[in-house]
Structure formats: structure tokens, C-alpha cells
Design a protein around this ligand. Sequence first.
Ligand code: SAH
Length: 258
Amino acid sequence: MAALKYGDLVLLVDSKDRRYLITITPDGEFHTHSGFLRHSDLLKTKEGEYVELSSGKSYLVVKPTMSDVILKMPRAAQIIYPKDIGHILLAADVYPGVKILESGVGSGALSIAMLRAGANITGYELREDFANRAKKNVLNFFGEEILENYEISINDIYEGINDTDFERVVLDLPEPWKAVPHLSACMVSGGILVAYTPSITQAMRLRESLKSSEFVMEETFEVSRRAWHIEGQAVRPEHRMVAHTGFITQARYAGSLS
Ligand code: SAH
């Protein structure tokens, strides 16, 4: 296992499973109620080892997973949660090199997951400040070289789409049905549309718009994830769960009927 270096993202985990995400910097210090640690001390450890804070308490040092980063990174807009992102990757069948139009990009959570699966993304985002936040989060996760596969333009997707030949269109917008009339000009036939909507009435309006266009094989679903508490004889679902986030709608673009 390689030693840690400046610029690495690491997750520090205490004995109560509290998790802290930090980027190791030359002058950085990590402070909690149980003491502090100089970032430079982390360079003497490897992933999977423990570091000791000034108080003598030890923290486990691991590289964060993509989900850890997505959940803890700074947000501009509300992100799509990992439980939904996993299913969006499958619904959109994201693979290395696939050409995707993503709108809006918000905080870049979904962008990170699709880029990691190898996608080439063009993002359409209404707000420049959100686009900048998404770009920062993406660069922080991957480094500069990712910009070959990631481009965001400041655009209102409801007004039209200038780029073409997208194999996938992935939408997280308040009114995705307003983007649908522009999709036939920008998607390859056989391409896949996936849209995430918090409310079922949004999913319903989207489905209505798909009916009157060249989309087929429509499906709408939600993802429930219920964690279990397992401790000795106490084996039961956790008392609390995230009961609702959003609905995922997928469809295929069939091109024009001839
Ligand atoms: N999926 C993102 C979050 C997107 S939030 C993530 O996981 O981080 C929704 C985004 O859509 C916001 O950034 C908002 O500015 C953008 N948006 C809203 N209307 C839009 C439009 N008409 N065209 C482009 N982007 C739009």
C-alpha cells in the first residue's frame, strides 16, 4: 500500500464510527473535541493504519469511497444520494466512453459517479455558481485530467440543446418534460433517457411528455434501502430510514417511425 501524500483525500474514523473527510495539505491541521493532528503526520501512515491525536485517541485512516466523498463534499444544490446514483448508473447503462448529456449538474454528485464509470459528459447548467461548484467537486475528486471528459456550459436546457449525438441523457431538473421536445434532435436512436424527480407528479408529467414523443420502454421506479441493526440477539431493521428521495424514470429513444 502506497504511503499517503499531499493532495490525497482521506477519511478519519473515530472509535464511535464518526467520519471526517479531509484533503491532506502541507500546513493543514485537523481539530476535534478529542485533540488535533497535523496533516503532515498523516504522511507517516498508510491507508488502513491508525494515527494518534494529541489527546492519545486513535483514528483509523482510510481512503474515502466515492459515496463518502459525495455525501461530505460541499453542496450548491441538493445532491442525488448514492442509493439512487447506483440505480441511475445501471438504468442509463453508463460505460467507458459513452457520450452523456447531463442537466442540471448542481453539486456534481451524479457527474462524479458517471465520470468514474468512464462517461464523457457535457453538462447543461442554468447557474454559473452551481457549475463552478460542480467543477470544483469533480476536480477535487479526480484531478485536472478529468477535464478531457467533462465540460459544463451555462445553458437553459428548456430553451434548446446545441450539441448532438448523445447516447445518454440524464436529467435532474424541476421540469424535465420541458427538455423532452429538444431531445430528438440531440440523441442517437437507441439512446437512453434517465430522469430523477423528487415528486411523483413530476414523474407523471414527464411520462405524459414521453408518450407523445419517440420514446419507448418507459419505466418509473423508486429505490428503498432499509439498513439492519445487528448486535447480538438484537437483529432488526434500523428504527430510522430515509423513506423517500425521488423517482427514477427511464426510456429509450426509438428515432422517428418510418
Ligand atoms: N444531480 C445533481 C443535482 C442537480 S440539482 C447532483 O447530484 O449534484 C438541479 C440543478 O438543475 C440545479 O443546479 C439547477 O440550477 C439546475 N437547473 C434548473 N433548471 C435548469 C434548466 N432549465 N437548465 C439547466 N439547468 C437547470
